[in-house]
Design a protein around this ligand. Structure first.
Ligand SMILES: Cc1cc2nc3c(=O)[nH]c(=O)nc-3n(C[C@H](O)[C@H](O)[C@H](O)COP(=O)(O)OP(=O)(O)OC[C@H]3O[C@@H](n4cnc5c(N)ncnc54)[C@H](O)[C@@H]3O)c2cc1C
Length: 455
Protein backbone atom coordinates (compact mmCIF):
# COMPACT_ATOMS: atom_id res chain seq x y z
CA UNK A 1 0.00 0.00 0.00
CA UNK A 2 1.08 3.59 -0.60
CA UNK A 3 2.57 4.69 2.67
CA UNK A 4 1.65 8.39 2.63
CA UNK A 5 -1.79 9.98 2.31
CA UNK A 6 -3.05 13.54 2.46
CA UNK A 7 -6.52 13.94 3.94
CA UNK A 8 -8.37 17.15 3.15
CA UNK A 9 -10.66 18.29 5.96
CA UNK A 10 -10.64 17.06 9.57
CA UNK A 11 -14.41 16.91 10.00
CA UNK A 12 -16.18 13.69 10.88
CA UNK A 13 -15.16 11.69 7.79
CA UNK A 14 -11.63 13.12 7.55
CA UNK A 15 -10.74 12.39 11.15
CA UNK A 16 -12.15 8.84 11.04
CA UNK A 17 -10.57 7.94 7.70
CA UNK A 18 -7.20 9.16 9.03
CA UNK A 19 -7.48 6.67 11.87
CA UNK A 20 -8.26 3.84 9.42
CA UNK A 21 -5.26 4.79 7.25
CA UNK A 22 -2.88 5.17 10.18
CA UNK A 23 -3.93 1.74 11.47
CA UNK A 24 -2.77 0.32 8.15
CA UNK A 25 0.63 1.84 8.82
CA UNK A 26 0.29 4.82 6.49
CA UNK A 27 1.78 8.22 7.22
CA UNK A 28 -1.17 10.64 7.22
CA UNK A 29 -1.19 14.41 7.02
CA UNK A 30 -4.47 16.32 7.32
CA UNK A 31 -5.20 19.91 6.28
CA UNK A 32 -8.15 21.55 8.03
CA UNK A 33 -9.41 25.05 7.32
CA UNK A 34 -10.84 25.67 10.79
CA UNK A 35 -8.96 26.12 14.04
CA UNK A 36 -8.63 23.14 16.35
CA UNK A 37 -12.16 22.71 17.78
CA UNK A 38 -10.64 21.31 20.98
CA UNK A 39 -9.15 24.70 21.80
CA UNK A 40 -11.33 27.18 19.91
CA UNK A 41 -15.10 27.59 20.21
CA UNK A 42 -16.79 26.40 17.01
CA UNK A 43 -20.34 27.45 16.03
CA UNK A 44 -20.28 30.04 18.82
CA UNK A 45 -19.94 27.21 21.34
CA UNK A 46 -23.49 26.00 20.69
CA UNK A 47 -24.31 22.32 21.30
CA UNK A 48 -25.09 20.72 17.98
CA UNK A 49 -26.01 17.09 17.88
CA UNK A 50 -26.54 14.30 15.39
CA UNK A 51 -28.33 10.97 15.28
CA UNK A 52 -25.84 8.11 15.25
CA UNK A 53 -27.13 4.76 14.00
CA UNK A 54 -25.81 1.27 13.23
CA UNK A 55 -23.77 2.11 10.13
CA UNK A 56 -21.82 4.77 11.98
CA UNK A 57 -21.49 2.57 15.04
CA UNK A 58 -20.01 -0.31 13.03
CA UNK A 59 -17.39 1.98 11.48
CA UNK A 60 -16.44 3.37 14.90
CA UNK A 61 -16.40 -0.07 16.50
CA UNK A 62 -14.07 -1.38 13.78
CA UNK A 63 -11.33 1.00 14.96
CA UNK A 64 -12.03 0.29 18.64
CA UNK A 65 -13.69 3.63 19.31
CA UNK A 66 -17.26 2.80 20.11
CA UNK A 67 -16.72 2.16 23.83
CA UNK A 68 -15.39 5.70 24.33
CA UNK A 69 -18.08 7.16 22.14
CA UNK A 70 -20.89 5.42 24.01
CA UNK A 71 -20.23 7.74 26.95
CA UNK A 72 -21.22 10.65 24.69
CA UNK A 73 -24.54 9.18 23.51
CA UNK A 74 -28.17 9.34 24.59
CA UNK A 75 -30.45 6.59 23.22
CA UNK A 76 -33.61 7.72 21.43
CA UNK A 77 -36.21 4.98 21.18
CA UNK A 78 -38.64 6.77 18.87
CA UNK A 79 -40.26 9.93 17.65
CA UNK A 80 -42.22 11.90 20.21
CA UNK A 81 -44.93 13.63 18.20
CA UNK A 82 -46.19 17.00 19.38
CA UNK A 83 -49.43 17.73 17.56
CA UNK A 84 -51.10 21.07 18.24
CA UNK A 85 -53.38 20.88 21.27
CA UNK A 86 -52.81 17.16 21.88
CA UNK A 87 -50.68 15.23 24.35
CA UNK A 88 -47.31 14.10 23.00
CA UNK A 89 -47.28 10.54 21.62
CA UNK A 90 -44.28 8.24 21.20
CA UNK A 91 -43.89 6.35 17.91
CA UNK A 92 -41.17 3.73 18.43
CA UNK A 93 -38.47 3.51 15.76
CA UNK A 94 -38.06 -0.23 15.76
CA UNK A 95 -39.78 -3.52 16.45
CA UNK A 96 -38.40 -3.71 20.00
CA UNK A 97 -36.25 -1.83 22.50
CA UNK A 98 -32.99 -2.97 20.91
CA UNK A 99 -33.75 -0.85 17.86
CA UNK A 100 -32.83 2.68 18.90
CA UNK A 101 -30.70 5.49 17.54
CA UNK A 102 -28.39 7.75 19.56
CA UNK A 103 -28.06 11.48 19.96
CA UNK A 104 -24.41 12.53 20.03
CA UNK A 105 -22.64 15.87 20.25
CA UNK A 106 -20.98 16.76 16.94
CA UNK A 107 -18.20 18.64 18.74
CA UNK A 108 -17.61 15.89 21.31
CA UNK A 109 -17.45 13.21 18.63
CA UNK A 110 -15.13 15.25 16.40
CA UNK A 111 -12.81 16.00 19.34
CA UNK A 112 -12.60 12.34 20.26
CA UNK A 113 -11.82 11.36 16.67
CA UNK A 114 -9.12 14.04 16.45
CA UNK A 115 -7.55 12.87 19.73
CA UNK A 116 -7.51 9.30 18.50
CA UNK A 117 -6.11 10.26 15.09
CA UNK A 118 -3.24 12.13 16.76
CA UNK A 119 -2.70 9.19 19.07
CA UNK A 120 -2.14 7.09 15.93
CA UNK A 121 0.47 9.59 14.73
CA UNK A 122 -1.71 11.53 12.26
CA UNK A 123 -0.31 15.02 11.61
CA UNK A 124 -3.24 17.46 11.63
CA UNK A 125 -2.57 21.00 10.37
CA UNK A 126 -5.41 23.24 11.56
CA UNK A 127 -5.92 26.73 10.10
CA UNK A 128 -4.73 25.42 6.73
CA UNK A 129 -7.16 26.01 3.89
CA UNK A 130 -6.98 24.19 0.55
CA UNK A 131 -7.17 26.91 -2.07
CA UNK A 132 -6.60 25.11 -5.39
CA UNK A 133 -5.68 21.66 -6.62
CA UNK A 134 -4.02 20.41 -9.78
CA UNK A 135 -5.55 16.99 -10.27
CA UNK A 136 -3.03 15.97 -12.97
CA UNK A 137 -0.05 16.40 -10.69
CA UNK A 138 -1.70 16.05 -7.27
CA UNK A 139 -0.31 19.41 -6.17
CA UNK A 140 -2.27 21.58 -3.73
CA UNK A 141 -2.04 25.23 -2.81
CA UNK A 142 -2.62 25.49 0.93
CA UNK A 143 -2.99 28.79 2.78
CA UNK A 144 -1.88 28.86 6.41
CA UNK A 145 -3.15 30.97 9.31
CA UNK A 146 -0.63 33.72 8.57
CA UNK A 147 -1.94 33.97 5.01
CA UNK A 148 1.11 32.39 3.38
CA UNK A 149 0.44 29.95 0.54
CA UNK A 150 2.36 26.68 0.34
CA UNK A 151 2.53 24.40 -2.67
CA UNK A 152 2.31 20.81 -1.52
CA UNK A 153 2.80 17.53 -3.36
CA UNK A 154 -0.27 15.89 -1.85
CA UNK A 155 -1.22 12.76 -3.82
CA UNK A 156 -2.79 10.43 -2.97
CA UNK A 157 -5.51 12.56 -1.49
CA UNK A 158 -8.63 11.58 0.41
CA UNK A 159 -10.96 14.53 -0.10
CA UNK A 160 -13.23 14.81 2.93
CA UNK A 161 -13.65 18.57 2.65
CA UNK A 162 -17.43 18.57 2.95
CA UNK A 163 -20.36 19.67 0.81
CA UNK A 164 -18.49 22.60 -0.77
CA UNK A 165 -15.46 20.43 -1.64
CA UNK A 166 -12.70 22.24 -3.52
CA UNK A 167 -11.60 18.89 -4.94
CA UNK A 168 -15.07 17.99 -6.24
CA UNK A 169 -15.34 21.37 -7.93
CA UNK A 170 -11.96 20.78 -9.58
CA UNK A 171 -13.07 17.30 -10.69
CA UNK A 172 -16.30 18.78 -12.08
CA UNK A 173 -14.23 20.76 -14.58
CA UNK A 174 -12.83 17.59 -16.09
CA UNK A 175 -14.20 16.18 -19.32
CA UNK A 176 -17.18 13.85 -18.81
CA UNK A 177 -17.64 14.78 -15.16
CA UNK A 178 -21.06 15.49 -13.68
CA UNK A 179 -21.64 17.56 -10.56
CA UNK A 180 -25.22 18.28 -9.55
CA UNK A 181 -25.85 20.39 -6.47
CA UNK A 182 -29.61 20.61 -5.85
CA UNK A 183 -30.58 23.08 -3.17
CA UNK A 184 -33.72 22.45 -1.17
CA UNK A 185 -36.21 25.30 -1.03
CA UNK A 186 -36.24 24.83 2.76
CA UNK A 187 -33.51 25.87 5.21
CA UNK A 188 -32.86 25.33 8.91
CA UNK A 189 -32.25 27.23 12.12
CA UNK A 190 -30.86 25.78 15.34
CA UNK A 191 -32.28 26.87 18.71
CA UNK A 192 -31.98 25.62 22.29
CA UNK A 193 -34.32 24.23 24.90
CA UNK A 194 -32.24 24.66 28.08
CA UNK A 195 -32.52 22.40 31.15
CA UNK A 196 -35.45 23.28 33.42
CA UNK A 197 -35.19 25.20 36.70
CA UNK A 198 -34.50 21.86 38.45
CA UNK A 199 -31.54 21.27 36.12
CA UNK A 200 -33.25 18.35 34.40
CA UNK A 201 -34.54 17.74 30.85
CA UNK A 202 -37.77 19.64 30.28
CA UNK A 203 -39.17 16.97 27.94
CA UNK A 204 -38.54 13.24 27.55
CA UNK A 205 -34.79 12.64 27.17
CA UNK A 206 -34.97 9.38 25.24
CA UNK A 207 -36.90 10.58 22.21
CA UNK A 208 -36.37 12.57 19.07
CA UNK A 209 -39.11 15.17 19.42
CA UNK A 210 -41.01 16.31 16.33
CA UNK A 211 -43.53 19.08 15.92
CA UNK A 212 -44.86 18.15 12.43
CA UNK A 213 -46.83 20.94 10.81
CA UNK A 214 -47.45 19.59 7.31
CA UNK A 215 -45.40 22.03 5.25
CA UNK A 216 -42.63 22.43 7.82
CA UNK A 217 -41.48 21.05 11.16
CA UNK A 218 -39.38 21.50 14.25
CA UNK A 219 -37.34 18.74 15.87
CA UNK A 220 -35.34 18.43 19.11
CA UNK A 221 -32.56 16.02 20.09
CA UNK A 222 -31.25 15.67 23.67
CA UNK A 223 -27.78 16.72 24.86
CA UNK A 224 -25.78 15.36 27.79
CA UNK A 225 -26.04 18.73 29.57
CA UNK A 226 -29.82 18.11 29.69
CA UNK A 227 -30.61 20.70 27.08
CA UNK A 228 -32.09 19.98 23.65
CA UNK A 229 -30.82 21.22 20.31
CA UNK A 230 -33.89 22.27 18.37
CA UNK A 231 -33.94 22.60 14.59
CA UNK A 232 -36.65 24.44 12.71
CA UNK A 233 -36.96 23.33 9.07
CA UNK A 234 -38.93 25.85 7.04
CA UNK A 235 -39.31 27.23 3.52
CA UNK A 236 -36.86 29.95 2.56
CA UNK A 237 -39.53 32.10 0.87
CA UNK A 238 -43.29 32.47 0.73
CA UNK A 239 -45.99 32.47 3.36
CA UNK A 240 -44.71 30.91 6.63
CA UNK A 241 -41.06 31.10 5.67
CA UNK A 242 -37.73 32.38 6.94
CA UNK A 243 -38.29 35.44 4.75
CA UNK A 244 -41.37 36.43 6.76
CA UNK A 245 -39.68 35.85 10.14
CA UNK A 246 -37.89 39.18 9.95
CA UNK A 247 -38.58 40.67 13.37
CA UNK A 248 -38.85 39.43 16.98
CA UNK A 249 -42.61 39.96 16.94
CA UNK A 250 -42.99 37.97 13.70
CA UNK A 251 -41.00 35.11 15.26
CA UNK A 252 -43.01 35.20 18.48
CA UNK A 253 -46.32 35.23 16.59
CA UNK A 254 -45.20 32.36 14.35
CA UNK A 255 -44.16 30.21 17.32
CA UNK A 256 -47.31 31.08 19.27
CA UNK A 257 -49.39 30.06 16.29
CA UNK A 258 -47.61 26.81 15.39
CA UNK A 259 -45.53 25.74 18.38
CA UNK A 260 -47.47 27.12 21.36
CA UNK A 261 -46.72 24.04 23.48
CA UNK A 262 -42.97 24.51 22.93
CA UNK A 263 -42.92 28.26 23.67
CA UNK A 264 -42.53 27.91 27.47
CA UNK A 265 -39.52 25.59 26.93
CA UNK A 266 -37.32 28.25 25.32
CA UNK A 267 -35.31 30.76 27.26
CA UNK A 268 -34.30 33.21 24.59
CA UNK A 269 -36.22 32.29 21.46
CA UNK A 270 -35.99 35.54 19.55
CA UNK A 271 -32.44 36.32 20.69
CA UNK A 272 -31.19 32.95 19.44
CA UNK A 273 -33.31 33.14 16.31
CA UNK A 274 -31.52 36.25 15.12
CA UNK A 275 -28.10 35.33 16.49
CA UNK A 276 -27.86 31.86 14.96
CA UNK A 277 -27.30 31.47 11.23
CA UNK A 278 -29.91 30.07 8.86
CA UNK A 279 -28.38 27.02 7.17
CA UNK A 280 -28.95 25.92 3.60
CA UNK A 281 -29.78 22.30 2.73
CA UNK A 282 -29.03 20.42 -0.44
CA UNK A 283 -28.09 17.23 -2.21
CA UNK A 284 -24.87 16.61 -4.10
CA UNK A 285 -24.69 13.90 -6.75
CA UNK A 286 -21.53 13.68 -8.76
CA UNK A 287 -19.45 11.37 -10.87
CA UNK A 288 -16.66 10.39 -10.98
CA UNK A 289 -15.57 10.23 -7.36
CA UNK A 290 -11.92 9.63 -8.12
CA UNK A 291 -9.13 10.83 -10.41
CA UNK A 292 -6.75 8.00 -11.23
CA UNK A 293 -4.69 7.17 -8.19
CA UNK A 294 -4.44 10.85 -7.26
CA UNK A 295 -7.65 11.59 -5.32
CA UNK A 296 -10.93 10.16 -4.11
CA UNK A 297 -13.95 11.91 -2.59
CA UNK A 298 -15.61 10.64 0.59
CA UNK A 299 -18.38 11.85 2.91
CA UNK A 300 -20.30 15.02 2.11
CA UNK A 301 -17.66 15.98 -0.47
CA UNK A 302 -18.96 13.09 -2.59
CA UNK A 303 -22.59 12.93 -1.56
CA UNK A 304 -24.02 15.64 0.70
CA UNK A 305 -27.63 14.76 1.48
CA UNK A 306 -30.49 16.46 3.31
CA UNK A 307 -30.56 15.55 7.02
CA UNK A 308 -34.04 14.02 7.28
CA UNK A 309 -32.97 10.39 7.55
CA UNK A 310 -30.15 11.21 9.99
CA UNK A 311 -27.72 9.42 7.69
CA UNK A 312 -25.19 11.95 6.34
CA UNK A 313 -22.57 11.22 8.98
CA UNK A 314 -23.52 7.55 9.18
CA UNK A 315 -23.04 7.24 5.43
CA UNK A 316 -19.73 9.16 5.65
CA UNK A 317 -18.53 6.77 8.36
CA UNK A 318 -19.63 3.80 6.26
CA UNK A 319 -17.49 5.28 3.44
CA UNK A 320 -14.45 5.12 5.75
CA UNK A 321 -15.25 1.51 6.63
CA UNK A 322 -15.71 0.58 2.96
CA UNK A 323 -12.61 2.43 1.74
CA UNK A 324 -10.58 0.52 4.30
CA UNK A 325 -12.13 -2.72 3.08
CA UNK A 326 -11.27 -1.82 -0.52
CA UNK A 327 -7.67 -1.06 0.52
CA UNK A 328 -7.49 -4.54 2.04
CA UNK A 329 -9.01 -6.24 -1.01
CA UNK A 330 -6.73 -4.47 -3.50
CA UNK A 331 -3.49 -4.79 -1.59
CA UNK A 332 -0.52 -4.87 -3.95
CA UNK A 333 -2.49 -3.23 -6.78
CA UNK A 334 -2.40 0.35 -7.98
CA UNK A 335 -4.38 2.71 -5.76
CA UNK A 336 -6.51 3.58 -8.77
CA UNK A 337 -8.02 0.07 -8.48
CA UNK A 338 -8.88 0.77 -4.84
CA UNK A 339 -10.50 4.11 -5.59
CA UNK A 340 -12.42 2.65 -8.55
CA UNK A 341 -13.74 -0.25 -6.47
CA UNK A 342 -14.75 2.13 -3.70
CA UNK A 343 -16.62 4.36 -6.13
CA UNK A 344 -18.36 1.39 -7.78
CA UNK A 345 -19.57 0.13 -4.42
CA UNK A 346 -20.56 3.42 -2.82
CA UNK A 347 -21.91 5.69 -5.55
CA UNK A 348 -25.22 3.86 -6.19
CA UNK A 349 -25.74 3.58 -2.46
CA UNK A 350 -25.08 7.27 -1.90
CA UNK A 351 -27.64 8.17 -4.56
CA UNK A 352 -30.17 5.84 -2.91
CA UNK A 353 -29.81 7.38 0.55
CA UNK A 354 -30.01 10.84 -1.04
CA UNK A 355 -33.44 9.92 -2.45
CA UNK A 356 -34.63 8.31 0.76
CA UNK A 357 -33.48 11.32 2.83
CA UNK A 358 -35.55 13.64 0.64
CA UNK A 359 -38.59 11.36 0.97
CA UNK A 360 -38.18 11.30 4.73
CA UNK A 361 -38.79 15.03 4.98
CA UNK A 362 -42.37 14.45 3.85
CA UNK A 363 -42.65 11.51 6.26
CA UNK A 364 -41.43 13.54 9.24
CA UNK A 365 -43.33 16.73 8.63
CA UNK A 366 -46.59 15.26 7.29
CA UNK A 367 -47.04 11.47 6.97
CA UNK A 368 -46.45 10.86 10.69
CA UNK A 369 -49.76 12.64 11.27
CA UNK A 370 -51.74 10.21 9.12
CA UNK A 371 -53.38 7.20 10.87
CA UNK A 372 -52.87 5.11 7.69
CA UNK A 373 -49.11 5.67 8.00
CA UNK A 374 -49.25 4.15 11.50
CA UNK A 375 -51.37 1.23 10.37
CA UNK A 376 -48.82 0.47 7.66
CA UNK A 377 -45.98 0.72 10.18
CA UNK A 378 -47.78 -1.67 12.51
CA UNK A 379 -48.33 -4.12 9.67
CA UNK A 380 -44.71 -3.81 8.55
CA UNK A 381 -43.52 -4.78 12.05
CA UNK A 382 -45.98 -7.69 12.12
CA UNK A 383 -44.64 -8.92 8.78
CA UNK A 384 -41.09 -8.55 10.06
CA UNK A 385 -42.03 -10.65 13.09
CA UNK A 386 -43.58 -13.35 10.90
CA UNK A 387 -41.07 -13.25 8.00
CA UNK A 388 -37.87 -11.87 9.58
CA UNK A 389 -35.53 -13.06 6.85
CA UNK A 390 -37.60 -11.54 4.05
CA UNK A 391 -39.50 -8.48 5.23
CA UNK A 392 -37.69 -5.77 7.22
CA UNK A 393 -39.21 -2.25 7.23
CA UNK A 394 -37.18 0.15 5.10
CA UNK A 395 -36.50 2.50 7.99
CA UNK A 396 -35.05 -0.44 9.94
CA UNK A 397 -32.91 -1.60 6.99
CA UNK A 398 -31.41 1.89 6.80
CA UNK A 399 -31.03 2.62 10.52
CA UNK A 400 -30.52 -0.71 12.27
CA UNK A 401 -28.78 -2.88 9.69
CA UNK A 402 -26.07 -2.60 7.06
CA UNK A 403 -28.16 -3.61 4.05
CA UNK A 404 -26.74 -1.53 1.17
CA UNK A 405 -28.83 1.61 0.80
CA UNK A 406 -29.70 0.81 -2.82
CA UNK A 407 -31.00 -2.61 -1.79
CA UNK A 408 -33.00 -1.08 1.07
CA UNK A 409 -34.51 1.37 -1.41
CA UNK A 410 -35.34 -1.39 -3.94
CA UNK A 411 -36.93 -3.69 -1.37
CA UNK A 412 -38.67 -0.71 0.24
CA UNK A 413 -40.61 0.07 -2.94
CA UNK A 414 -41.84 -3.54 -3.23
CA UNK A 415 -42.70 -3.68 0.46
CA UNK A 416 -44.80 -0.50 0.23
CA UNK A 417 -46.80 -2.07 -2.61
CA UNK A 418 -47.35 -5.23 -0.56
CA UNK A 419 -48.51 -3.20 2.46
CA UNK A 420 -50.90 -1.14 0.33
CA UNK A 421 -52.34 -4.26 -1.30
CA UNK A 422 -52.83 -6.05 2.01
CA UNK A 423 -54.55 -3.00 3.50
CA UNK A 424 -56.76 -2.26 0.51
CA UNK A 425 -60.37 -2.06 1.68
CA UNK A 426 -59.19 -2.78 5.23
CA UNK A 427 -61.08 -1.22 8.12
CA UNK A 428 -58.52 1.39 9.14
CA UNK A 429 -59.29 1.34 12.86
CA UNK A 430 -59.35 -2.46 13.03
CA UNK A 431 -55.60 -2.83 13.58
CA UNK A 432 -53.69 -5.48 11.67
CA UNK A 433 -55.17 -8.54 13.38
CA UNK A 434 -57.45 -9.54 10.51
CA UNK A 435 -55.00 -8.97 7.67
CA UNK A 436 -54.77 -12.06 5.43
CA UNK A 437 -51.29 -13.31 6.39
CA UNK A 438 -51.53 -16.28 4.01
CA UNK A 439 -51.79 -13.79 1.18
CA UNK A 440 -49.01 -11.77 2.74
CA UNK A 441 -46.75 -14.83 2.59
CA UNK A 442 -47.56 -15.46 -1.07
CA UNK A 443 -46.90 -11.82 -1.99
CA UNK A 444 -43.63 -11.76 -0.07
CA UNK A 445 -42.44 -15.08 -1.54
CA UNK A 446 -43.34 -13.95 -5.06
CA UNK A 447 -41.88 -10.45 -4.93
CA UNK A 448 -39.14 -10.39 -2.33
CA UNK A 449 -37.12 -13.27 -3.68
CA UNK A 450 -34.84 -14.88 -1.18
CA UNK A 451 -33.68 -13.90 2.25
CA UNK A 452 -32.38 -10.45 2.95
CA UNK A 453 -28.72 -10.22 3.93
CA UNK A 454 -28.91 -8.24 7.15
CA UNK A 455 -25.09 -8.49 7.77
C1 LIG B 1 -28.87 20.36 10.19
C2 LIG B 1 -28.12 19.09 9.94
C3 LIG B 1 -28.41 17.98 10.71
C4 LIG B 1 -27.74 16.77 10.49
N1 LIG B 1 -28.07 15.69 11.24
C5 LIG B 1 -27.47 14.51 11.00
C6 LIG B 1 -27.81 13.36 11.78
O1 LIG B 1 -28.64 13.41 12.68
N2 LIG B 1 -27.17 12.19 11.49
C7 LIG B 1 -26.25 12.07 10.49
O2 LIG B 1 -25.73 10.96 10.27
N3 LIG B 1 -25.91 13.16 9.75
C8 LIG B 1 -26.49 14.36 9.98
N4 LIG B 1 -26.14 15.47 9.25
C9 LIG B 1 -25.12 15.31 8.18
C10 LIG B 1 -23.70 15.41 8.72
O3 LIG B 1 -23.53 16.61 9.41
C11 LIG B 1 -22.72 15.32 7.56
O4 LIG B 1 -23.07 14.30 6.68
C12 LIG B 1 -21.30 15.09 8.08
O5 LIG B 1 -20.87 16.18 8.83
C13 LIG B 1 -20.35 14.81 6.90
O6 LIG B 1 -19.04 14.74 7.37
P1 LIG B 1 -17.83 15.21 6.44
O7 LIG B 1 -16.62 14.99 7.24
O8 LIG B 1 -17.96 14.55 5.12
O9 LIG B 1 -18.08 16.74 6.18
P2 LIG B 1 -17.94 17.94 7.26
O10 LIG B 1 -18.40 17.49 8.60
O11 LIG B 1 -18.61 19.11 6.64
O12 LIG B 1 -16.38 18.19 7.33
C14 LIG B 1 -15.66 18.80 6.29
C15 LIG B 1 -14.41 19.43 6.89
O13 LIG B 1 -13.60 19.93 5.84
C16 LIG B 1 -13.16 21.22 6.19
N5 LIG B 1 -12.91 21.96 4.96
C17 LIG B 1 -13.82 22.38 4.05
N6 LIG B 1 -13.23 23.02 3.03
C18 LIG B 1 -11.90 23.04 3.31
C19 LIG B 1 -10.78 23.56 2.64
N7 LIG B 1 -10.90 24.22 1.48
N8 LIG B 1 -9.56 23.39 3.19
C20 LIG B 1 -9.43 22.71 4.36
N9 LIG B 1 -10.47 22.19 5.04
C21 LIG B 1 -11.70 22.35 4.53
C22 LIG B 1 -14.28 21.81 7.02
O14 LIG B 1 -13.84 22.86 7.85
C23 LIG B 1 -14.72 20.59 7.82
O15 LIG B 1 -14.03 20.44 9.02
C24 LIG B 1 -26.77 16.69 9.48
C25 LIG B 1 -26.48 17.81 8.70
C26 LIG B 1 -27.14 18.99 8.93
C27 LIG B 1 -26.82 20.18 8.08
Amino acid sequence: MTDTFTVLGAGLAGSLVSIYLARRGAKVRVYERRSDPRVTLIDGGRSINLALANRGIRALREVGLYKDIQALTIPMRGRMLHETGMPAVLQPYGKDESEVIYSISRGGLNALLLDRAEHHGVDIRFDHSIETVDLDTGVLDVRDAAGATHTVDAAPMIASDGAGSVIRHAMAKQKGADNREEMLTHAYKELTIPPGADGDFQIDANSLHIWPRGGFMMIALPNLDRSFTVTLFLAVDGEDSFATLDSPSAVTQFFERYFADAMPLFNDLTGEFFENPTGALGTVRCTPWHVGNKAVLIGDAAHAIVPFHGQGMNCAFEDCFELDRCLGETQGQDLEDTFRLFEQRRLPNANAIADMALENYIEMRASVRDPYFHLKKELAWELEKRFPTQFVPRYSMVMFHHVPYAEAQRRGVIQQQILDELLEGHQRDAGVGNVDFGRAKSLIDARLHGAIELQ
